[in-house]
Design a protein around this ligand. Structure first.
Ligand SMILES: [Zn+2]
Length: 206
């Protein structure tokens, strides 16, 4: 699978952590912060819906997002490091985009876009945010599809079918969502069951 040249293991680790979140009953979203050498210095996962032991300090509150937890887990000696990169499986929401801006992180790698709640576009729309000079790279290919799948399946599990988020997601990712809907409709994928890494990779064709 296609991975970032700096550290090929980071997306792998992100997918594993997002799967942990998904299987725990939260949104399948994870974030990892690496230093300039590609070493992992902090991680966090979404924990809106479970109270299990994890790498997170923030659980079961509306701010228990992956990026917030990763930023919160940064060791004190790394708080002022300006050469850190934050990897996140799903485009940050307005809260997490704001948290990145207020941290020293200036490079963000995004696994898949979030056309519903993603807020990266705000970085260009406000003078204060713009002068921070945050660079953002959106992944493509299998990394994008895997990250999208875990996000989309979380939404499918948690929201009613008629929720407007689905039309927005399907319009941004028509092929990926059609494939997942097909797997669900044919019962090859059951969203209420535990999803293993092997199963996920096989379904996506990695
Ligand atoms: Zn967020």
């Amino acid at each position: 699978m296609a991975v970032n040249a700096l550290n090929p293991n980071v997306w792998d680790e992100c997918i594993n952590l997002a799967l942990e979140a998904y299987n725990a009953g939260s949104f399948g979203i994870a974030a990892i912060i690496v230093d300039k050498n590609g070493e992992v210095v902090a991680k966090g996962r979404n924990q809106l819906g479970d109270n299990l032991n994890s790498c997170n300090a923030i659980k079961m509150t509306p701010i228990a997002h992956a990026e917030i937890n990763a930023l919160n887990n940064l060791p004190p000696e790394r708080q002022k490091d300006r050469e850190l990169t934050l990897y996140t499986t799903v485009e940050p929401c307005p809260m997490c985009t704001g948290a990145v801006v207020m941290s020293r992180i200036r490079q963000v790698m995004v696994g898949s876009a979030d056309p519903w709640a993603g807020a990266i576009r705000l970085l260009d729309k406000d003078w204060y945010l713009k002068q921070k000079g945050i660079s953002v790279v959106f992944e493509q290919g299998k990394v994008e599809e895997l990250c999208f799948a875990l996000h989309y399946l979380s939404l499918k599990r948690g929201l009613r079918t008629e929720h407007p988020v689905f039309a927005v997601m399907q319009s941004r990712y028509p092929d990926y969502s059609e494939k997942l809907d097909g797997l669900i409709n044919s019962s090859q994928l059951t969203i209420s069951e535990h999803l293993s890494r092997a199963q996920l990779l096989e379904l996506i064709g990695c």
